[in-house]
Design a binder for this molecule. Sequence first.
Ligand code: XMP
Length: 513
Amino acid sequence: RLLIIDFGSQVTQLIARRLRELNVYCEIHPFNKVDDAFLRAFAPKAVIFSGGPASVFAEGAPMPPAGVFEMGVPILGICYGQQVMMHCLGGKVERGHGTAEFGRAYVTPTEARLPILDGWFADGREQVWMSHGDHVSAIAPGFEVYGTSPNAPFAITADPARRFYAVQFHPEVHHTPRGAKLYENFVKLAGFKGDWTMGAYREEAIRKIREQVGDQKVICGLSGGVDSSVAAVLIHEAIGDQLTCVFVDHGLLRLGEAEQVVTMFRDHYNMPLIHADESDLFLGALEGVSDPEVKRKTIGRLFIEVFEKHAKSVGGATFLAQGTLYPDVIESVSFSGGPSVTIKSHHNVGGLPEKMGMKLVEPLRELFKDEVRALGRELGLPDAFIGRHPFPGPGLAIRCPGEITREKLDILRRADAVYIDQIRKHGLYDEIWQAFAAILPMRTVGVMGDGRTYDYALALRAVTSVDGMTADYYPFTHDFLGETATRIINEVQGVNRVFYDCTSKPPGTIELE
Ligand code: XMP
């Protein structure tokens, strides 16, 4: 197995993902948990140092344990991982001073050839994605330069005798188009056969769940979305009826959603399921709240209260299971002690109160959405279900910027249903990662049937994405947009204006809050 030492990059999980795509088993561990004893016990066949936001000059800068360089295994350092490798092995790193580089860059090869670059430089240069302030200014003894870019004269460096490789750019991101090839060459060189599969992941996940839970009872927060459903089915497979699912209707669900979920799990899957109608509780607590973080934290707190209540009602569940995915983790908290920045508190992560009477079971915590879907297929969930667009735990609350009212939610529900119906009718549902309507905190003036209206404005959102980390808006035709706006305004009372959101992520996020 391969060890990724995490120095806090926002994209560390993409490295793991690239490796899983190559059918290589890997684990990510934060730098501050990896010491020499850990290394001996883990016995990695290869190690990757991730990027990270720190500077090697900072006091207490994250460092790998010294022993990692003595293990005789191949090491690949990425961005901060390169800088730290040079710093530890006798090279030099300098602060930015006008040489910071963010975004697309082109690396050209030097005279020397390097096996992990096989398949690169077919066009005489290679596009890569840079994101660094500091840079290496002198390489460590034993290293040579294999590629340079205008602002990173040591873009690719290596000591082939020791099998240490270090690059300044990020080969794991989409914008380094041949980055996957670099990982492929690296794992081959490290002796991996590429025989690990999603089936193996399932087995491994089941083993870990059993080990974690023992004979205790678990309740699983089921939202009806793909993530929590896959988590529930996986955990049910691991521990059977030690699991009870709790479907919380917080009054922030879409049209008809509660019935669909209950039918599917209770009737189709025959799983123990509690349908908790708590809309008064949630909507009451959200009254007058318009700050997005307060909303998220309120919802998170109430979810836990409801779960704790039901944990008692099933005879003392000590574990709470959730379908938390990696993008939820990385955008919410500094992951496992890593220093990434908080973007928003996803309810099933950052919104959790400090003190919760239950321990968490989160078997999907390392996966991206499309991997969860693959796991869902592996577990035999129906395709129509697996293909559903993601729906966030806080539900319509984060699609209703400003104050939430029952009237607004009702309008939003009906408008969203028309919008999704339009998308399905035009055969676009599967091309889109996620589409939804949001109700804006404003009323505008219109004229309908010779009368003046003063009604809500809606924003329609639709994005394409592979993992939810980055996204682009979906390019609907003008005809489609016009037809949809007309249908919504005609069919949903209370709306007299419709906008289409053309923001990508970044700089926007997918949800409005
Ligand atoms: P953002 O808005 O952060 O969303 O770009 C990325 C993906 O995550 C979903 N999302 C959530 N899922 N709890 C969830 O379970 C949350 O609090 C949450 N917030 C956002 C969002 O729908 C998108 O698919």
